[in-house]
Structures are given as C-alpha cells and as structure tokens.
Ligand binder design. Structure first.
Ligand code: 3H9
Length: 690
C-alpha cells in the first residue's frame, strides 16, 4: 500500500514528508498518516523540532474535495490542526507549490512557516461553497488581522510568497528543495533564529467595522451565494477564546457543507477538469507555430487577439482592405486593454507578431488556420478551399456556430485535417471553446484543438456535429421556450427578471438585444424550409421586430428601447403581440416568476438530455461545462444536468408532460429522461463512463 506520510529523524530534527500525488490533497489516508507521524516524532526523545513538508508538486492543496458528500473516515482536519498546534515540540511547516484551504490551515496551526518562492497560498473554500473549516477563520485573523483575513477568506484570492510574508501569514521566504528547506528551517528553530509560537495563543481585538463593511459589500456583490456570508460570521467570532470560535466555525461549516451550492460549486470545479478527459487524449498534438485567421470581424479579431496573447505569431486575412483595417484596429484596442489591465507587459506587446493580408496566399507558413467568415455554407466552403490551397497539410478550423461541418468538409482534399473551433464572443475573454469533431477529423487533430485551447487559457469541450453543437443547440431550445412564454403574454421584462433571479447575469431578451436580433433572424430564415408546419412558430414576435429594423442595442431598439438613460421595454411590443395573438388565436396567459424559471430550466434540461443521448456531448458533465464557462450558467447550480439530478428525472418528465398539454410539438420527453425516471438513474452516473 502507498505510504502517504513518511517520517525521518536527522539528529535533533524530525521530518514529516507528505506524499499523496498529484497535489497532496488531505484525504483520509494522509490525515491518518499525519497524526501517526506527529505522535511518533512527539514521543521520540531524540527529536527536538519537527519540520513538515510536501513531496512532489505541493505542500497540501487542501482537503480532498472528492470526499465531500461521501462517507469518509477520521481523523478530521480540525482535530489534526489542534493536535499540531498543541504539540509540545515546535513544528515548522515548509510551503511549496500550493498551500491552499486545509493545507494553509495545517500550516497556520504549526508554530512557524517558511514559504518556498513560487508557492500559491489562499483559502479557496468560498469558491467551493464552504468556508475554511479547520481553524482558518480563527487562526488567520490572529496572524494577519481581521480585515486581511476577511479579504482572503471571502474572496478565495490566491497570493504569492511575498504577499504572504508582508501580511504575516508566513515568517520567511526562501528558495530550494522542500526537504532541504525543511532541514534548514528546523535548524534555525533550534538555533533560535526562527521564532515559534502557537497561533491560538495570539490575542486579537474585535474589528466590528471590518466585519460590517465586508458583510454589507457582500450583500450587494454576492446576493445569490450562501457561503461568503457564513465566512464573515465565522471570522466575526475570531476574538473569542479559540475553542468557542472553533465551535462556531464548525457549526457554520456544516451549514455550508449541507447546502446545494456546495455540491454545485464542487461539480463546477471537477467539470473544468473532466472535459479534458477525451478519447483522443492519447494522440500526439501536431506542432503549431504560426496561426492564420481568416475574417477580421468581431470573432476573427477576437480569435486573433487570443492567439497573440498566448504568444503565437498570427496572420490575419480579410478580402476588403477596409474590413482588415477595422479588424487590426479592434485587435490593437484589445491588446491595449490587456496592457492596461496588467495582463500583458508593454514590452511583450511590442514583441507580438501580427501580419495582415488581403489574399489567402499569405497563409502559406501557417500550421493552423481558423476561418471566421460570414455564416453561410457556400461562402465558408469557398474560403476553406482557398485556405487549403494556400497551406496544404495545415490544420483548418471553422468557427461556425451552427453549420454542418461534414457538409463544409466535402470540398476539402484532406478532411481529416479539419475541425471546428467554436469560440465565444468576445473570443479573447470568454473561456469556452467547443472543439467540434467531424466525421473524418483525425484524433491528433482533435488533440491539437485541445492543446491550442489550453495554451490560450481556455476550457475546451469536445462536441459532435449537429445544428448548434452543444451550447447553441441547447440555447435555441430555451430561447424558444422564452419566445413562447412571451407570445403567451408573459412580459419580456418579467422573463428577463426571473432569469436574472435564477442567477444568470442577463435574461434572454436583454442578451438578444446585446448580441443583435439579426443573428437569430438569419437562423430562423435558414431553418424555415425544415420547420414543422404543425408546431407553433416561436419566432413570430422577434421576426416583427426585425422586419421593423429593430436589431437591439446597435439600432437603438429591439426587445427594449435603448434611446434613453436605461433600457425600457419596446413600447411597440404590446401592439405587435396583440396582432399576433389575434391572428394565431392565442389567449394571453402570463406566468409568474417561479413558472417562468421552471419552463426555462426544463427546456434547457430537455434539450441537454437529447444532446447527451445523441452523443453530441461525451458526458453530462461536458454539457455542464459548456454552460458554466460559455453561457453564464450560475456556477453554484453546477450546470443544467447537475440541476436535473437535483430536481430528479421523474419531476422533469412530469414538468415536460404538463407543458406538453399546451404545446405537444415542443415539449417532448427525451427517452433518456424517461428511462432515468423509471430506473431512478442520474446524469452523474453517466459521467463515470469516460
Ligand atoms: C478545504 O480545504 C476545506 C478545508 O477548510 C477543510 C475543512 C474541514 N481534492 O487542478 P489540477 C485534483 S477545501 C481532490 O489539474 P494544477 C484535480 O481534480 C479544498 N482533488 O492541477 C486533478 O485531478 P485529475 C481547498 C484535487 O497543477 C488533479 O488534482 N483547496 C484537489 O493545474 C490535478 O489538479 C482547493 O480548492 C483537492 N483539493 O493545479 C484547491 N485539488 O488529474 C483546489 C486538485 O483527476 N485545487 N485535485 O483531473 C487547485 O486549485 C489546483 O488543483 C492546484 C493544482 C492549484 C492545487
């Protein structure tokens, strides 16, 4: 059996080495090993000082998150921290790699701390829906003061060694191998050059002003979240005697652990990592030096910016010199923004390589070319052929949002080199990229798409070919549900408000006005030929707005009127709606907020289930990642299919069947949901298949 914790004795120094790869998460075995190691060295008469360090990449990355919500075994981290603090012999902790969450709590329960340069420290618990539950809310304020502790604990902000030193979270910063640093630090303790003390013995005075200020700010900045507020309540008790504060911390920690937000946020943490586990992961990515981008519109210039920021030389091609100039100017603005936000050093900006051209021949040296031209099959096919001619053998990617990649690849000599890289606008900001795999795309081409996304700092999700892939396909379903609710007489502002109340930053109509209503109009026209004539047409009202030339913010009017100080619902909508309702024989039936949300969410889950059933998404967690990182789905709800599990398949089926009474074409129970409802299955069970 693997040995998670090893001890050694060197003269008067006892060493404890933690070894639980990859990140030294404090799981049950490591916890048990740590207590046993402490007991052993505490009882060893030769040992006068104990040094604790991590093998591998980290000191301790925190509690083992995989254990949360599952049965596990003691000893628990709070007891370990107390045991460490009360140890009769001085204990020094050496922090390298990551000292996060429970890892930092272990460190601040030790009697001195030495940071190895490059270490990341912090209390990220709040990002997982919990709070530091092993004494962090009590010991951190004692070490660094209430205000600084509140900042770290309520934001989850990660800091480096120098800031930790300035705050007083660590006592020294040094360089070197953790074991050597541990021996040196213990030597300093023995020589009296590194003072030690029990953090719990430090007395602090209450700071009600800092508590009040943070609590007030969080009410506005985090109205949906549970744990940030509990973090403040826990830190507020830090001036009490330690056992009392720890008891209160424990109570608040349990409340957080039991909250559904904890499950949602931890699901989101794993979703970010799970999506990289694809069947093509073993293929070797092709080397990518220079990247070509064809099309200098909003998407093209955003993609070019993202590639430049990641250090790739870029060739930007656009037929019209004017459009090329506009695209170059947009890239320059994006890069200026990156410099002013401190994301790009001015000298690094000067070294970026952007070439522009009006002919595809300029792409000849590119290893990968991404097309982002007008969303039209024949335009795209012609551009792809030009690209292939200019750089045969290069990987070619399309940024299409909806079009069929297999049809697009028909004119290519090497369709095996072709894939979809669906970026989201603004492409240099949004984290999601759908890597769309066409029928002939080779595994190493898929692996290259994932490697590129990683280098761009993005989250890649594998998607199959269908209209809209994972994200836009599901979005068009819940957009339809919103349009149908509006046609039935629910005010658009009420729908937007309810969706914001659910946790999205914007409602569907606000989002439509921002993106431009002409995009959806073009899609509806494209789909008109294949539309089911017996189904209710959801786009009737949106079409009327577009026919009037109201495309949203860019034309000053859309669902809302944007000509005044703030948007107000377009005053023409009630008249247009009455006309449509009269023509279609619709009796107005406005819904209230809970019903709006239930329909919106159910439509999302219904289509997401089909996307999984058809294999467009590899797993349910991939759908969740798409929505978390590309569509502003509230992170604390974990994603649409995590929500589906929370609600239960039987209830989702019942909702769909209820809605189907008024609109049986739109609301249809997917087979996968019916099977789950029957067998008591969950989407989470399908995540284990990879
Ligand atoms: C806590 O401590 C509560 C306490 O207050 C106690 C109260 C009683 N557990 O990210 P990577 C896995 S809450 C389990 O790709 P990197 C991760 O899933 C915890 N597993 O590497 C991945 O697995 P796989 C507070 C964990 O180098 C692998 O390790 N701590 C944990 O890019 C590699 O991870 C945190 O929130 C964990 N704690 O980044 C820290 N951490 O290979 C969370 C990682 O199967 N962790 N894994 O996909 C991180 O921020 C980053 O993982 C870290 C390394 C910076 C450490």
């Amino acid at each position: 059996m693997a040995e998670f914790v090893r001890t050694g004795v060197e003269g008067r120094i006892g060493l404890i080495a933690l070894d639980n790869p990859p990140v030294n998460a404090a799981g049950a075995a490591l916890r048990a090993g740590l207590v046993a190691a402490l007991d052993r060295l505490a009882a060893d008469p030769a040992v006068e000082v104990i040094a604790l360090y991590g093998e591998g990449r980290s000191f301790i990355a925190g509690a083992d998150i995989r254990e949360f919500g599952r049965p596990s075994a003691g000893p628990w981290l709070p007891e370990i921290c107390n045991r460490l603090e009360s140890c009769e012999k001085p204990v020094v902790a050496v922090l390298h790699g990551a000292a996060l969450g429970g890892g930092l709590e272990v460190a601040i329960a030790a009697h001195a701390r030495v940071a190895v340069a490059g270490v990341t420290l912090g209390f990220p618990e709040v990002t997982l829906g919990i709070l530091p539950g092993a004494g962090g809310t009590q010991r951190a304020p004692r070490l660094i003061g209430v205000a600084a502790a509140l900042d770290l604990i309520t934001t989850g902000r990660r800091i480096g060694a120098e800031e930790a030193l300035a705050l007083g979270l660590v006592d020294q910063v040094t360089q070197g191998d953790p074991r050597a640093v541990a021996l040196a630090a213990a030597g300093q303790v023995l020589a009296g050059r590194l003072p030690t003390r029990r953090t719990g013995d430090i007395h602090i005075t209450p700071d009600p002003e800092a508590i009040e200020k943070t609590a007030e700010a969080l009410k506005h900045s985090q109205p949906h979240l549970f744990s940030p507020h509990r973090c403040v309540e826990a830190v507020a008790t830090a001036a009490l005697p330690l056992p009392e504060g720890l008891a209160e911390e424990r109570r608040l920690f349990r409340l957080c652990m039991d909250s559904p937000q904890r499950a949602g946020l931890i699901h989101a943490f794993f979703a970010e990592r799970a999506v990289a586990k694809i069947r093509e992961a073993t293929a070797t990515p092709r080397p990518v030096g220079q990247i070509g981008v064809v099309g200098a519109g909003t998407m093209g210039s955003g993609i070019a910016t993202a590639c430049l920021l990641a250090g790739y030389p870029v060739v930007l091609v656009e037929k019209s010199p004017e459009a090329l100039a506009r695209g170059s100017a947009a890239i320059a603005r994006n890069l200026d923004g990156a410099v002013s936000r401190g994301k790009l050093r001015p000298e690094a900006r000067a070294a970026l390589s952007l070439d522009t051209a009006t002919a595809a021949a300029a792409l000849s040296g590119c290893d990968l070319v991404i097309e982002a031209v007008f969303e039209d099959m024949s335009v795209k096919q012609a551009v792809l052929s030009e690209i292939e001619l200019a750089c045969p053998g290069a990987l070619i990617a399309t940024n299409t949002s909806y079009l069929d990649l297999n049809e697009m690849a028909q004119g290519l000599d090497a369709p095996e080199n072709f894939l979809g890289l669906h970026f989201f606008s603004p492409a240099h900001v949004m984290r999601l990229v759908e890597v769309v795999v066409a029928a002939e795309t080779q595994p190493e081409v898929v692996a290259t798409g994932f490697a590129l996304a990683r280098r761009l700092g993005k989250i890649a999700v594998r998607a199959g070919v269908c209209d809209g892939f994972i994200g836009n396909r599901i979005m068009s379903a819940y957009r339809k549900a919103a349009d149908l609710m509006a046609l039935d007489g629910t005010p658009i502002a009420a729908i937007d408000a309810a969706v914001r109340g659910y946790g999205f930053a914007m409602g569907p109509f606000e989002m439509g006005d921002l993106a431009g209503l002409d995009i959806g109009w073009a899609a509806r026209k494209r789909q008109a030929a294949t539309r089911d004539p017996a189904a209710r047409y959801h786009g009737a009202l949106a079409d009327r707005l577009c026919e009037a030339g109201w495309f949203g913010r860019k034309t000053g009017r859309g669902w809302y009127d944007h000509s005044g100080d703030g948007p107000v619902p377009n005053p023409e909508i009630p008249r247009l709606l009455r006309e449509i309702q009269a023509a279609e024989g619709i009796t107005p039936r406005p819904l209230d907020a809970p019903d709006i949300v239930a329909r919106y969410e159910t439509a999302m889950i219904m289509e997401a289930a089909r996307v999984v059933e058809e294999g467009i998404a590899l797993r349910p967690i991939d759908v969740d990642a798409v929505f978390l990182f590309g569509y502003g789905f509230p992170r604390w709800k974990g994603g649409p299919l995590h929500q589906a599990d929370a609600i239960g398949a039987a209830e989702i089926c019942a909702r769909i069947e209820r809605h189907a009474l008024d609109n049986p074409r739109f609301w249809q129970v997917p087979d996968i949901l019916r099977r789950m409802a029957r067998a008591g299955g969950r989407f989470a069970d399908l995540n284990r298949e990879d």
